[in-house]
Structure formats: C-alpha cells, structure tokens
Design a protein around this ligand. Sequence first.
Ligand SMILES: Nc1ncnc2c1ncn2[C@@H]1O[C@H](COP(=O)(O)OP(=O)(O)OP(=O)(O)O)[C@@H](O)[C@H]1O
Ligand SMILES: [Mg+2]
Length: 415
Amino acid sequence: MIGGLLGYHWAFSEAIEMQDSVLIQIAGLVQGGSLTGGRALHGVDLDAEVWLIDQATAPQASEDDARLWSLKDGLALAVRNGQPIRVLLRTRADGARFAVAQRTSVRDEIASDMAFRTVLPIAALIPCLLLVTAIVIARSLRPMVHLAGDLDGRRADDMTLLPTAQMPSELHPFIASINGLLQRMRLLMDQQRRFVAEAAHELRTPITALSLQAENLAAVDLPSSARDRVGSLRQGIGRTRHLLEQLLALARQDAGQADAVAMPVVRLDDVAKEVVAGLLPEAASRGIDLGFVLVEPAVVRSEAVMPAALLRNLLDNALRFTSQGGRIDAWVYRDGDAAILQIEDSGPGVAPEEIGRIFEPFFRGQHQEGDGVGLGLSIVKRIVDRLGGSVEVANMTEGGRTGLRVLVKLPAATA
Ligand SMILES: Nc1ncnc2c1ncn2[C@@H]1O[C@H](COP(=O)(O)OP(=O)(O)OP(=O)(O)O)[C@@H](O)[C@H]1O
Ligand SMILES: [Mg+2]
C-alpha cells in the first residue's frame, strides 16, 4: 500500500518534470524561429494544450496578462483568463518576449494519468503474488501437517520413528530431533517396564515362601482366635500374590513387540474350553451356571498364553461380579475375517460414568468385589491391541435384565 502510494507520487513528479522539459524544448524552437506565436501547438500533443503567446501580438487588457509579462524569463506559475497555468518566459534576440504556457489542470491530469498507468500493473500483480505465496507456503507445509496428523493419531505408547523419506530436506533436522526424543522416551518406558517386571518377579519368591508358611500354620492346631488371624493373613498374602501376577502379566504384554505375523496360530475355541473347564468348580460352588452358548472353530495368530490370559481375566470378572445363582454365557465363533469371543454375565454391570475408564490400569469401579487390583481389563486391552483386535463393553438392559456384555474381535487366521 505504502509502496504503491510512493510509486504513484514519484511517477507523478517525473511526469510534471517531463512536461516542463517539453515547454523548454518548444521555447527553444520558437527562439530559433521555427514557430511563431498566438496559437495552440497541436503538433506537440493534442491533449497537451501548449500555447505560444507573443507579447507583441497578445491582447494585454487584463490584470493577469500584465502580471504575466512582469515575470522574469524562466519557468513560473501564473494565471491566465482566470485559470492557473505553468509558463516559460523567454526573450528573443530582437528583444521581443514570448511565453510558452500550459494549463496546470491539464498538466496535472496528464501527470496523474501517467502515474496511474505506471502503478496499475504493480497493483494488479500484488493479489497474484499473495495468492502464489499462500499456495507455495501451504504446499511446503503439507508434509508437516501429515507428520502432525501421524503423531496425533498414535497410541500413547507408539514410539515408531517418523519417516524422513519423501520429506523436504529442510524438515530433516526437525524430524531427526523428534525421532531422538521418541527414542529416548522408548528407552525410558522400557526401563520403567523392566523395573516393574523385575520388582514383581523379585517379590514373587518371598511371597511364595510366606504363603507356604501360612499354609503350614493353618495345618497346626491353633486356638480359634489365632486361627482367625491366620485366616486374614492368608487372605492378605493371596491378594498380594494376585497383584504380583497381574503386574507381571501386564509387564509381559507391554514388553513384547507387536508382530502378529510372526506369532503361532492358536485355536481360540480350544483355549476357551480349557479356561472355562478350569473355572467350572468355582462356578459350581457358588451356584453359577457357567457355560457356552456356541463354540465354533476359530483360529488366531497369537502367543500361546495371550488368549488364555485374556479369557481368564474376562471370566474372572464375570464370576466375581455375578452373585449366587446367576449365569455366565460364552460364545466363540467366526464372523467373516474376525474371530469373536463374547461373554455375558448376570451381575450388576458397570455404572455408565465408569464405563469409559474401566480399561485404565488400577481403576476399580464402585463394584469392588474380592481381591481385584484393577489390572485385569488393562491386560485384556493390551492383548487385544497387540493382536490387532478390538474390545467393546456394554451394559445389557434388554428385557429388564442386568449384566455386562464383553465383545472381543480378533483378526482370524487360517488354520
Ligand atoms: N463383569 C463385570 N461386571 C461389573 N463390573 C465389572 C465387570 N468387569 C469389570 N468391572 C468393573 O471394572 C473394574 C476394572 O476391572 P479389572 O478387571 O480391570 O479390575 P479388577 O477386576 O478390579 O482387578 P483384577 O482384574 O486386576 O483382579 C472392576 O473393578 C469393576 O468395577
Ligand atoms: Mg478383573
């Protein structure tokens, strides 16, 4: 804007100076005798309206004329017929004076016209330049936007390095820094996981020893007051063992690298039958009807222990939250490319405000039955993620019944 105004101003002054030099050239011609006065010099430029006035022939009636001829030779501003003019006065060799004049309004009009034509192309170019600049910036920032999208869409623990291939070289140092940070974070997370796993592992032996001692104590003939204390001691040790087992299971899932293709194939239906069979005595002792509604052959690629750990945690919850006389139904089947595992219980279900949090480690909702530590569903989620599947949890409300439905979908493999 300022540039445009300055450009206009300069071009305007230039045009005014050019018109002065035209007046000087005409005066030169007149002095040389090539032109004689009292008329408009249309030969110069029809629009320019340059007049040659001889003092000898021009009428000198008005005050304006008297003032004009009183001026000294040279360029000056004057007034003629009530209009401002630019005038160049000269004296011929014989002493006769003449003036070459041009109306100021005409001069200004010509100058502003010229100045406008000088500035116009630049003014027209500016929006084009802005548009081109915006396009170039948007194009060069596109890889950055892709990178940001990639990072935003990641799981919190996904530390895969960013690719530098097909990225503009200006971005390489930036990508290298982000990758360095990702690597350091991966190292830190690995260290933490290893610490938790090792701590849990180290604690396992003394807890097993304690638990054995408690068992031995239970076999001893004790007064009933001491027997109660031994009972709560064994319960506490059992809870601690369960916590350690869950921590170890979670650490094991966290430490493993997800590479489902390299994993062996596992029969989900066989694993399910085994796990359910193992839990039948407990279910029977509490009068819970645990069984399959459907078991079809379904195969997944997985480490051998993963489907069992997944099922055990889900069925453990179902058993824990289902009261005496309730029922637990299980399904294993194939649906297109997915191996489906579904479990329904007749417990109280999960409070709607808690359902979004139950996969968080150590989260235990308002129903805190038994020795839970809040890690079971975190282990389930971790396993499902590593196998490239999904898990959904919903409260069942159909027909006035209550209970939780858990639906696990895993990519089916070919046997
Ligand atoms: N079948 C269910 N019915 C009702 N509530 C459930 C059920 N399954 C899970 N929950 C709720 O979700 C919470 C988290 O479950 P999760 O399995 O992660 O932990 P936990 O069972 O308390 O402990 P852990 O499994 O580590 O022994 C539970 O404390 C409970 O409040
Ligand atoms: Mg649990």
